[in-house]
Design a protein around this ligand. Structure first.
Ligand code: SF4
Length: 576
């Protein structure tokens, strides 16, 4: 077994209340590393691609990594991997903090959960002892209430990942939450909810050994020092919302269900404005020296974590400029355990359907803060119109008809993040070909659009290799795992990544080997999707983006022919 690993995963059947440690070969660990890569490999081995993702037999994987527990900054992360109930395709979501470290210290490199408990339960993993306990008193509880209640019951040294009401109600974009952070996209919370599991509580003392602790310390100190530099300054100062006004200036801030790329009231949602009238604190994930999290006070002193994606999805995308309402909506999504991007995307889609007279909910209008807050609660409880919207914009469009699928803001069923594809066309390609659907974390192609490598509104086939590079790099970072906000601090990412892995694992791994590893992981996701029924027709964007230029920027126009040629070139360069 290499250093940095335990060489096994813990497989728990919650129907039977049984568990076993299953060995992992050195070859599998070296080929898939951990996080997203290892998670996809375990899902393939379990045959998950052809299962109903909400069926008892469908596996849900928590995957750790060789770097978890090391002194390397931003490495306290875990991946949650399953077939998505929203897309029917692969889904890997990452979250941070103490759960990753504590779970790995239970002596495993991953946890696979199958089955369905007879009653709402918590899975308790104490060192290597696994047991189920009732959690019926937490039915309907928020993620934070569940976490604090279970820590009070079990002990403060447990770390807890849980679902909110949305996960219990099988909302197809429900999250799994830990310490206020979420494995957010694609509905992993619904998968856990389908197993009747409200939470997983872990504590352990089994530390993995490092191959070369002295070298690892030197690398960690250097990386931490560089993480304070200019490459991360904007995240420290203003958080991920730092780019909101820049996006608006570029016509890339999705507004009113992607009917525009500029929001006339964007300033009211900008972090510069938010911080003039509210107090704010900064927080970090465990083991992070960057600290991109900005928590704003709201009302009677409660706080809400503000992210660009939540501000765009619940703000400009729904036409809501009331900053307090947007922050409250984001907080409510956190409490219910809802992905803010899919929540905002699905609500904005419904608002446009109401505007066109295709949905008889006259109160659900663009710009209405009251409607936004009301419909989020309906989604979390699957009541009224919330039951339809809990299935996401693609399924809602199928039910509503009228060709509304043409403007349902999704790819493969996953709602599009806050990057207007017509204004950022390398990102448009990244969205179209994304294995888990439209996604800015698995493809960093927007970085290419903001560089001098392409003309973002007139991209050519030359953009394809850049899009592939960002996708491969993301696959590697999500498998090692380290935070993407570090990406700007590396001079030669692959060489430094290899150096980190050598000092942790003892492998003679090289930069070139890691480039191959990244491609293997991307291919494994494709293999999963092929088995799940993927067809080439899925690698596209909704009709709106291919037939309607942006109103305020006619040059931001993307034809079906151009997108198809980019996608074909992407497949050609991938060798698919
Ligand atoms: S940069 Fe932000 S998201 Fe990344 S590890 Fe640090 S606090 Fe967490």
């Amino acid at each position: 077994m290499p250093f940095g690993y335990h060489g096994c995963y813990l497989r728990i059947d919650v129907s039977e209340g049984t568990s076993e440690y299953v060995p992992l070969s050195d070859t599998v660990l070296r080929q898939y590393l951990g996080g997203s890569g290892l998670g996809v490999k375990l899902l393939l081995d379990e045959g998950a691609a052809v299962m109903d993702p909400l069926a008892p037999e469908a596996p849900l994987v928590f995957a750790f990594s060789p770097l978890v527990g090391s002194p390397l900054t931003t490495s306290a992360k875990f991946a949650v991997v399953s077939k998505s109930p929203l897309t029917g395709r692969i889904n890997d979501s990452l979250a941070s903090s103490g759960f990753a470290i504590a779970a790995k210290r239970c002596g495993c490199d991953g946890i696979v959960i199958v089955g369905r408990a007879a009653e709402l339960s918590v899975v308790v993993i104490d060192e290597t002892d696994v047991r189920m306990e009732p959690a019926t008193e937490y039915r309907g509880a928020t993620c934070r209430e569940t976490e604090s209640g279970l820590k009070a019951r079990l002990g403060a040294n447990y770390r807890v990942a849980s679902i909110g009401q949305a996960g219990e109600q099988l909302v197809r974009y429900a999250t799994i939450s830990h310490d206020g952070r979420h494995a957010g996209r694609g509905g992993s919370g619904a998968v856990l909810g389908s197993k009747n599991v409200k939470a997983i509580a872990v504590r352990g003392q089994h530390r993995a050994e490092w191959a070369n602790p002295e070298e690892l310390t030197t690398i960690s100190i250097s990386l931490s020092k560089r993480s304070f530099g200019p490459a991360t300054a904007k995240y420290r100062e203003l958080g991920t919302a730092t780019n909101l006004l820049t996006f608006n200036r570029f016509g890339a801030l999705p507004t009113r269900n992607f009917q525009s790329g500029t929001f006339e009231e964007a300033a009211s949602l900008s972090p510069e404005q938010l911080s003039t009238t509210r107090s704010k604190t900064r927080e970090s994930c465990v083991s992070c020296t960057i600290g991109c999290e900005h928590i704003y006070t709201l009302g009677s002193g409660s706080g809400v974590r503000v992210e660009y994606e939540s501000l765009f999805a619940l703000g400009s995308l729904c036409g809501v400029s009331d900053a307090d309402a947007v922050l409250r909506a984001s907080q409510r999504c956190d409490e219910l355990g809802l992905d803010t991007i899919s929540t905002g995307g699905t609500i904005a889609f419904a608002m446009e359907c109401v505007e066109r007279g295709w949905l008889n909910e006259p109160w659900l209008t663009f710009g209405s803060a009251d409607a936004l807050l009301r419909v989020i609660d309906l989604i979390g409880s699957r009541q009224g119109i919330g039951d339809l919207l809990a299935d996401g914009s693609r399924r809602a469009a199928e039910a509503i008809g009228h060709h509304s699928i043409d403007f349902a803001p999704q790819v493969k069923g996953l709602e599009i993040p806050g990057y207007e594809p017509r204004a950022l066309q390398t990102m448009a390609l990244g969205f179209a070909v994304g294995a888990r659907g439209a996604d800015h974390n698995r493809s960093g192609a927007y970085e290419v659009d903001f560089s001098d490598k392409v003309d973002r509104r007139h991209v050519t086939l030359d953009a394809v290799r850049h899009a592939i590079d960002t996708e491969d790099k993301a696959a590697l970072m999500d498998s090692m795992i380290i935070c993407k906000f570090l990406r700007g601090v590396f001079e030669d990412f692959h060489a430094e990544a290899a150096e980190m892995l050598r000092s942790v694992t003892g492998w003679d791994v090289t930069a070139d080997e890691l480039r191959e590893t990244a491609k293997r992981i991307v291919s494994a996701k494709r293999q999963f999707n092929l088995l799940a029924g993927w067809t080439p027709a899925e690698d596209t964007l909704p009709e709106r983006f291919l037939s309607t230029p942006l109103p305020n920027d006619p040059e931001a126009s993307l034809s079906r022919e151009r997108l198809d040629s980019l996608v074909a070139e992407y497949h050609r360069q991938r060798g698919w």
